[in-house]
Design a protein around this ligand. Structure first.
Ligand SMILES: O=C(CO)COP(=O)(O)O
Length: 250
C-alpha cells in the first residue's frame, strides 16, 4: 500500500515568522496517522521550519535545488546545503519553474539525480498546458516529462519518487481536473513508469494530483485508487485549510 502524501507548496509566500507560526498552529492537527504531511517553503524559511517540526511527524521540503553540490552559481542552493539543515523533500520541475526559469526536462533530470545523491526525495511535477490538452497531447506530454525526469535512477530510487500531476490550466485558476480525468492520466503515468522500470517500481511510486485542490474537493480526488495525494498551492497557506486537506487524505 502506498502512503498518501499531502504536500503544501507555499510558492513565494510567508516570512520566517509567519512560517513558524503556521507550524505552531498545525502541530498535532495536520498530523494524521497514515498520511504523510509535507510543507514546501521558500529557502529562507527552511532552517526555522526544520527546527519547528522537531518531535512532530511533519516533514519539510524545498521548492527547488541546483544540480551541482557547489560552485560559481550565484543565487543557487544545492542539495548538500538542503540536507545539512534537515530538509526531506524537494519539488523539482514545477510548471512555474519550467515556464519562468527555463527548466528543461534535462535540467529536471539532473536535479532529480542530485536530490537522491543527497538523500532528498523529489516531488517531480509534470503536466500539460491548456493548448496541449486541447490538442490531445496530455498523455504524451506527461510521458515525455516523466520518462526524462526518472532517467538514470536505480529501481530502488525510482520507487521512492513522488510524481505530481499538475495540469497547468488548473493551477491557481479554480478550475480542477475531475478525479476521473486526473486518475486516468495518473494511471497512464504509472503504466509508463512500469514500462521504464517494472511494475513493482510503478506500484510503489506515489502520484499526486495538483491544481486548485481545496478542502471541499480533496476527498473526491483521494477516493480514486490511482491518486495518492495532492500538491497544493493556495489552500496550503492557511492552517485550518491545510489541516482539512491532511484530514481529507485519511
Ligand atoms: O501549483 C500548485 C501546487 O504546486 C497548485 O497551486 P493551486 O493549488 O494554488 O492551484
Amino acid at each position: 500500500m502506498r502512503t498518501p502524501i499531502i504536500a503544501g507548496n507555499w510558492k513565494m509566500f510567508k516570512t520566517v515568522k509567519e512560517a513558524v507560526a503556521f507550524i505552531e498552529d498545525v502541530k498535532g492537527k495536520a498530523e494524521v496517522a497514515g498520511v504523510e504531511s509535507v510543507i514546501c517553503a521558500p529557502y529562507t524559511n527552511l532552517p526555522a521550519l526544520t527546527e519547528a517540526v522537531q518531535g512532530t511527524s511533519l516533514k519539510i521540503g524545498a521548492q527547488n535545488v541546483h544540480f551541482e553540490d557547489s560552485g560559481a552559481f550565484t543565487g543557487e542552493i544545492s542539495g548538500l546545503m538542503l540536507k545539512e539543515i534537515g530538509v526531506d523533500y524537494v519539488i523539482i520541475g514545477h510548471s512555474e519553474r519550467r515556464a519562468y526559469f527555463a527548466e528543461t526536462d534535462e535540467i529536471v533530470n539532473k536535479k532529480v539525480l542530485a536530490a537522491f545523491k543527497h538523500g532528498l526525495l523529489p516531488i517531480v511535477c509534470v503536466g500539460e498546458s491548456l493548448e496541449e490538452r486541447e490538442a490531445g497531447k496530455t498523455k504524451d506530454v506527461c510521458r515525455v516529462q516523466t520518462e526524462a525526469a526518472l532517467q538514470g535512477l536505480t529501481e530502488a530510487q525510482a520507487a521512492q519518487v513522488v510524481v505530481a500531476y499538475e495540469p497547468i490550466w488548473a493551477i491557481g485558476t479554480g478550475k480542477t481536473s475531475t478525479a476521473e480525468d486526473a486518475g486516468e492520466v495518473i494511471g497512464y503515468i504509472r503504466e509508463r513508469i512500469a514500462a521504464q522500470f517494472n511494475s513493482d517500481v510503478a506500484g510503489k511510486v506515489r502520484i499526486q494530483y495538483g491544481g486548485s485542490v481545496k478542502p471541499n474537493n480533496i476527498r473526491e480526488f483521494m477516493q480514486h485508487p490511482d491518486i495518492d495525494g495532492a500538491l497544493v498551492g493556495g489552500a496550503s497557506l492557511e492552517p485550518a485549510s491545510y489541516i482539512s486537506l491532511v484530514e481529507g487524505a485519511r
